[in-house]
Design a protein around this ligand. Structure first.
Ligand code: RIB
Ligand code: CA
Length: 309
């Protein structure tokens, strides 16, 4: 079967880093390009991290373009799980020798899509600023995107560890609204499912049993990355962004429900929340498939496989 052509828009970020690794290593994906956005760290750091990661995994042939330096309509609020560098826990990673392309990510996205022989899957794993700006600047190219499979939102469970908001949407709610009203085929992989792919002792044992240099680096990333979760909620790090890649490779790894999703942009305690109407009560057309269930076991075996390669 032909590999799926994918463009990954990310804010590395430890879990973005693992998503990049999976996208490059797993044969079911052809990674056409990587675009970076502010989010887990300022743009300069997420871009430097993307360069370092792609060089580490041997993906130096994949072009990387830096994107938006701040959200569309509000100041940047940084993510907090990844440390000041955005990739703490791996200071030994060499500085990159590769450079980003000399084009803004939004324009580079257009160039890559124009050249692609067939529509491409867009996998955003950070705030949707680049994607939102792309929708506004290149509406004529939306048909070159087969579907958007994004990490974002929290629509079902409000368990004790799910806040009403999820960072990628909270960070740039205007961009999320633009993407959700674009008419594109959107699958939302939100906290409802990503908080079911958390790295705990059994997963650390499985990783420890993988004898590759990449598994060692990922171990170091996960040990740092879990600190926030472990401290706040007593759980390990959730592999939010890697689940997006898994859902691109095997859409059946998640179950989804159609909904009309809007972003709360006026709430005090719920600002940035994704509000999903699954029942058509508001008489509005559905605009997203919202992931509700995940086959965690299937996900982790795909994750381990990428570390073994
Ligand atoms: O809420 C989780 C998301 O925020 C992930 O994409 C993580 O990398 C951060 O960007
Ligand atoms: Ca991310």
């Amino acid at each position: 079967m032909k590999p799926t052509k994918v463009i990954l828009d990310c804010d590395p970020g430890h879990d973005d880093a693992i998503a990049l690794l999976m996208a490059h290593k797993l044969p079911e994906v052809e990674l056409l390009a990587v675009t970076t956005v502010c989010g887990n760290a300022p743009l300069a750091k997420t871009t430097a991290n993307a360069l370092r990661i792609m060089e580490l995994i041997g993906a130096t042939d994949v072009p990387i373009a830096a994107g938006c330096v701040s959200p569309i309509a509000r100041p940047l609020v940084l993510g907090t799980a990844d440390g000041p560098s955005g990739l703490d826990g791996s200071p030994y990673l060499p500085q990159p020798t590769i450079k980003p392309v000399d084009m803004h990510a939004v324009d580079f996205l257009a160039a890559v899509l124009r050249e692609a022989e067939e529509p491409v899957v867009l996998a955003p794993t950070g705030p949707l600023t680049n994607v939102g700006m792309f929708v506004l600047k290149y509406p004529e190219l939306l048909n070159r995107i087969e579907k958007v499979v994004l990490m974002g939102g929290a629509c079902y469970r409000r368990d004790e560890y799910i806040t009403p908001t999820e960072f990628n949407i909270f960070c740039d709610p205007e961009a999320a609204e633009i993407v959700l009203t674009s008419g594109m085929d959107i699958t939302m992989v939100g906290l409802d499912v990503t908080m079911r792919v958390v790295v705990e002792e059994p997963q650390y044992e499985a990783i420890a049993g993988i004898n590759t240099p990449l598994a060692r680096v990922v171990e170091d990333w996960l040990k740092f990355y879990e600190k926030l979760h472990r401290g706040q909620m007593g759980i390990g790090g959730a592999l939010h962004d890697p689940l997006v890649l898994a859902a691109v490779i095997d859409p059946e790894i998640i179950e989804t429900r159609e909904a009309h999703v809007e972003i709360d942009r006026t709430g005090t305690h719920t600002f940035g929340a994704t509000v999903a109407d699954f029942w058509g009560l508001r008489g509005l057309a559905t605009n997203a498939k919202v992931a509700s269930q995940v086959d965690s076991e299937k996900f982790f075996s795909m994750f381990y496989k990428s570390l073994e390669m």
